[in-house]
Design a protein. Structure first.
Length: 446
């Protein structure tokens, strides 16, 4: 029997695909979820929280891009932390990243179901969420280039719709509404709102998960990240501020579809634009849902290939060159979450995973600058060490706030981490040194 080379992923993605994947991963955060921050902080309190988190993401993305361009590995933070801190560092970063993306997927699925229920009340939200899971697993299975082209299409539509939304509601904006009870809970509300502000940008780091499928990654990954972040900042502040001035913001702080509701208050209950907007709004949610499935399957694939998860999950479809078993595993987790948790709980656990992963990534950057000074870095973090330090400090404050205000959910998150670490140690995985084949990107055929 001849020795066959292992199946490899194809390098097909360009900067426009990366922009679409990055914006698509995140853009659902502009459609729902962030408005829950108003309930704990008020409009100005949440605005301050969003400014803080935006500064964090600017510092983080410029720093994270150094790692992604220098080590274009599908494992993302898992690969960086392993290289910097060894097996346990890789395990913790991998766990955090898995939680980030695997739980973001069902959260967005619930929102999709809710929007669809708004349009057709006879369709139960849960059934819609399950249906979308199956459909987009199949789309991702058919090939990364095909799914990336789909990402470009739905992301452009989603961005266009948010711009249309701002155009519709801006004539109805009233500063008096926005400034009503601006900080009802004082500065404690600002800290409580930090996780909801993270939802504006959460998952942009998912571009790292497809690094092994990018043409000329060291040149194109920075272009994709930076253009995507600029787009998202404009959309986040535009949507948040304009929505807050349409009516009493408290009426919108607890709904799962704040943008159609804002249009309803602006144009009246009988305006056809409300239902039309809700229908088009599905594209923004679909863009993020599609992207989180793509990113989470890549993370499962990378960790399985490295032996940190069952090896069969690193299998690749012979025909489509996509991580088929990793896609199925992500779908199973999503189904379980949909049947056992609420949208708010799933979102919060996803954010906790993201924040911990950001922290470990910045620590890895500091360590690798010392440990591997000669590593080729096509893109370097500007004003180092200030940017990664800013990101690390704000992330630490955010994680502390999350544990303080939502300690019960924190127990589930950290309990899972302790269990994963114990199993990892008992199986002796920490004694196995990963090979270059597992930790360095393979040469991908075109």
């Amino acid at each position: 029997m001849t020795n066959a080379k292992p199946e490899q992923l194809k390098r097909v993605l360009k900067p426009i695909h990366l922009w679409a994947i990055a914006v698509g991963l995140v853009i659902s955060g502009e459609y729902f979820g962030w408005n829950f921050g108003w309930a704990v902080s008020g409009t100005i309190g949440f605005l301050i929280a969003t400014v803080i988190i935006t500064v964090m993401y600017i510092a983080f993305i410029f720093s994270y891009t150094e790692l992604t361009a220098a080590i274009p590995h599908a494992g993302g933070a898992f690969a960086y932390a392993y290289r910097a801190m060894g097996p346990f560092g890789g395990l913790i970063a991998g766990y955090a990243t898995l939680v980030d993306f695997l739980f973001a997927t069902p959260a967005i699925a619930i929102a999709l179901g809710t929007y669809l229920n708004f349009l057709w009340p006879v369709v139960p939200p849960l059934y819609s969420a399950l249906f979308f899971n199956v459909v987009f697993i199949v789309i991702n299975y058919l090939g990364v280039k095909e799914s990336a082209i789909f990402s470009v299409f739905v992301t452009v539509l989603a961005v266009a719709e948010l711009l249309l939304f701002m155009g519709i509601v801006s004539p109805h904006f009233k500063m008096g509404n926005f400034m009503s009870r601006p900080m009802p809970f004082g500065w404690s509300g600002v800290f409580a709102a930090l996780p909801y502000a993270v939802w504006f940008y959460l998952a942009i780091e998912g571009v790292a998960m497809v690094a092994e499928e990018v043409k000329e990654p060291k040149r194109n990954i920075p272009k994709g990240y930076i253009s995507a972040l600029g787009t998202l900042i404009v959309l986040a502040f535009g949507v948040m501020i304009l929505t807050g001035g349409i009516t009493d913001w408290r009426k919108l702080s607890g709904v799962s579809d704040p943008l159609p509701e804002a249009i309803r208050y602006a144009l009246g209950n009988h305006s056809n634009l409300t239902r039309i907007f809700a229908g088009i709004g599905l594209f923004g949610l679909i863009a993020s849902f599609h992207g989180t499935i793509l990113a989470s399957s890549s993370q499962v694939f990378a960790m399985a290939r490295s032996g940190y998860m069952p090896r069969f999950l690193s299998g690749i479809s012979h025909r489509f060159k996509t991580p088929n078993w990793a896609l199925v595993a992500g779908g199973v987790i999503s189904f379980i979450a949909l049947f056992t948790g609420t949208a708010a709980q799933i979102v919060y656990i996803s954010v906790m995973g993201a924040v911990l992963m950001y922290m470990l990534s910045m620590v890895s950057l500091f360590i690798l600058r010392k440990k591997e000074p000669d590593l080729e870095r096509p893109f370097t973090a500007p004003v180092y060490p200030v940017f990664p330090a800013i990101a690390l400090v704000i992330c630490t404050i955010t994680l502390v706030a999350m544990v303080y205000f939502y300690w019960q959910l924190s127990l589930y998150f950290f309990g899972g981490l302790v269990l994963a670490t114990a199993i990892f140690a008992l199986m002796g995985k920490h004694k196995v040194k990963l090979t270059e084949e597992n930790m360095v990107s393979p040469v991908i055929g075109k």
